[in-house]
Design a protein. Structure first.
Length: 275
């Protein structure tokens, strides 16, 4: 399988963001990509209140574009994540941070809502996603058109290895990480975390990050990356908009899992997770 990750500098200009996504997804497909991943908040990224005001429902223009584009190009398109508007009758007015997988027939194959809100202080900036975003509560495994298991996640989820182990045990062979990792955390944490999730689960990891300045004081670190199950970085995008590709050797993944059967050596009775 040939896969691609798209790197964008999204802002609160939705039309510009969708046009950029369209351009780069088409370029990746022209390069032979069968599976394409967009970054987190690809439709709108900037100050939290502005992004919330630009939230869309799942039957809105952004998902409609994803469905039409995937169908036209005949690809599996994972539309990173977007701010999903709450239903009109929902008592919780917060948006969701939602990732959508669209298959090559334009069908909506899976929807994942980010489980872990980014409520932290980094490099002098305070982030409190839970004030505006309602977290999800379900791990989501989906499948590509060829049946390959895809484990869905978003950004800060990357720091919670138990999520990826559950996805792997359910059948994931590729872990998807659309992100808007801050500049500070991208420098020291991004690649080590991606490689760790790949090595410990013997999975490919596709990680599409935002890059650059999205609003005054809001910067992300780029370096969108594809990692193989041995932890080798197969491709990494320079710090500008664009895409990178890699051919995913699924037979090679089978060999790694057979020769180093760490998943079979688990002894979960000895380390049951506390609640």
């Amino acid at each position: 399988m040939r896969a691609a990750v798209i790197q964008l500098t999204s802002t609160t200009d939705v039309a510009r963001n969708v046009a950029a996504a369209d351009r780069h997804v088409r370029a990746a497909a022209a390069d032979g990509a069968q599976l394409v991943l967009l970054p987190e908040k690809w439709t709108a990224y900037g100050p939290a209140r502005e992004v919330a005001a630009l939230a869309q429902p799942l039957d809105g223009e952004a998902v409609a574009w994803a469905r039409a584009t995937a169908r036209e190009l005949g690809i599996d398109l994972v539309a990173g994540s977007m701010a999903e508007a709450p239903a009109a009758d929902d008592a919780d007015a917060r948006t969701r941070n939602t990732s959508v997988h669209v298959g090559p027939e334009g069908e909506l194959r899976a929807t994942y809502r980010k489980i872990h809100p980014f409520d932290v202080d980094v490099d002098g900036t305070s982030y409190r996603e839970s004030e505006h975003e309602r977290p999800g509560d379900e791990a989501v495994l989906t499948t590509a058109a060829d049946g390959t298991g895809l484990g869905m996640s978003v950004c800060y989820d990357l720091r919670f290895p138990e999520l990826y182990r559950v996805l792997t045990l359910r059948g994931a062979r590729i872990l998807l990480v659309p992100s808007a990792f801050t500049l500070a955390t991208t420098r020291e944490h991004w690649e080590p975390l991606l490689r760790a999730r790949a090595i410990e689960n013997q999975c490919f990891v596709l990680a599409a990050n935002q890059v650059g300045e999205h609003a005054p004081g809001l910067r992300t670190g780029g370096r969108s990356t594809i990692v193989d199950p041995w932890g080798v970085v197969l491709a990494q995008q320079p710090d500008r908009e664009g895409h990178v590709l890699a051919d995913l050797d699924l037979d090679g993944q089978d060999r790694i899992r057979r020769d180093l059967p760490v998943l079979h050596h688990r002894r979960p009775h000895a380390y049951a997770w506390p609640t």
